[in-house]
Write a protein that binds this ligand. Structure first.
Ligand SMILES: Nc1ncnc2c1ncn2[C@@H]1O[C@H](COP(=O)(O)OP(=O)(O)OP(=O)(O)O)[C@@H](O)[C@H]1O
Ligand SMILES: [Mg+2]
Length: 231
């Protein structure tokens, strides 16, 4: 299923949150190798640290200890510029609560990463139209998010995450608020982009049926990741 190239590796990653009344160690020693074109599901009960782990993998947060390697190079958290470049060039995010900008149209929301990256305007539009087409959203391009269904909003979030052509797509419960049919459609899109564009996917989900469509399932429990073998 993969070309054996390791994209990301986590070595003994720990994460503590500190509060006035004490501390909480959410991740107690995570080891994980993510290979190119992997389809990984992370499952586990609420509050166990799935979002924390995804944010750390995506370099949006940092571990309290342990190491993370991208393309065999260790992340250096003091070098914000390199982290930013790595994120921009390689990582697409779909957040647990999708952060579409309500005042922007579908098209404008999708184009945002291109504008931030200072792409030429015509390249931005070309890419956006390509994605609108791919995700079957063309007819809704001038709609604002409030006029979209949950499934359509999630597709806009996916289009935006794909805009800069990431190596790795991190999705935090992308189907959490969707009915079964929209969840299936979103899932089919993930499978398609994995297959057609070779994009590696790490998805947090509570939906066991969807998790089973990935090639690897990990359970996060008690601060550790446990690989669930195929049954
Ligand atoms: N920024 C933060 N500061 C302090 N504590 C945090 C922070 N983020 C998360 N936590 C705590 O860490 C634990 C894990 O949170 P996290 O959001 O990673 O869980 P989760 O597995 O994603 O849960 P859910 O399935 O409900 O989304 C929780 O107890 C939470 O309160
Ligand atoms: Mg979460």
């Amino acid at each position: 299923m993969n070309e054996n190239k390791v994209i990301v590796e986590l070595k003994d990653v720990k994460k503590k949150y500190f509060y006035p009344q004490g501390e909480l160690e959410v991740l107690k020693g995570i080891n994980l190798k993510v290979y190119k074109k992997d389809k990984i599901a992370i499952v586990g009960p609420s509050g166990v640290g799935k979002t924390t782990l995804l944010n750390i993998i995506g370099t949006l947060d940092y571990p309290t200890s342990g190491e993370i390697y991208y393309f065999e190079k260790k992340l250096d958290y003091s070098d914000e510029e390199t982290l930013l470049k790595l994120r921009k060039e390689n990582i697409g995010f779909i957040f647990q609560l999708h952060y579409l900008i309500p005042e922007f149209t579908v098209l404008e929301n999708i184009i945002l990463p291109g504008l931030i990256s200072q792409w030429k305007k015509e390249d931005c539009f070309k890419r956006a139209y390509e994605l609108l087409e791919k995700l079957n959203l063309s007819e809704k391009k001038y709609y604002k998010p409030f006029r979209l269904s949950g499934g359509e909003r999630q597709k806009v979030a996916i289009a935006r995450a794909l805009f800069l052509n990431p190596t790795l797509l991190l999705a935090d419960e992308p189907t959490g608020n969707l009915d079964q049919e929209s969840a299936k459609e979103v899932m089919d899109i993930f499978l398609r982009i994995n297959e057609e564009l070779n994009i590696t996917i790490i998805m947090v989900t509570h939906n066991w049926e969807l998790a089973k469509k990935m090639d690897k399932i990990f359970l996060l429990k008690g601060g550790f990741l446990v690989k669930l073998e195929d049954t």
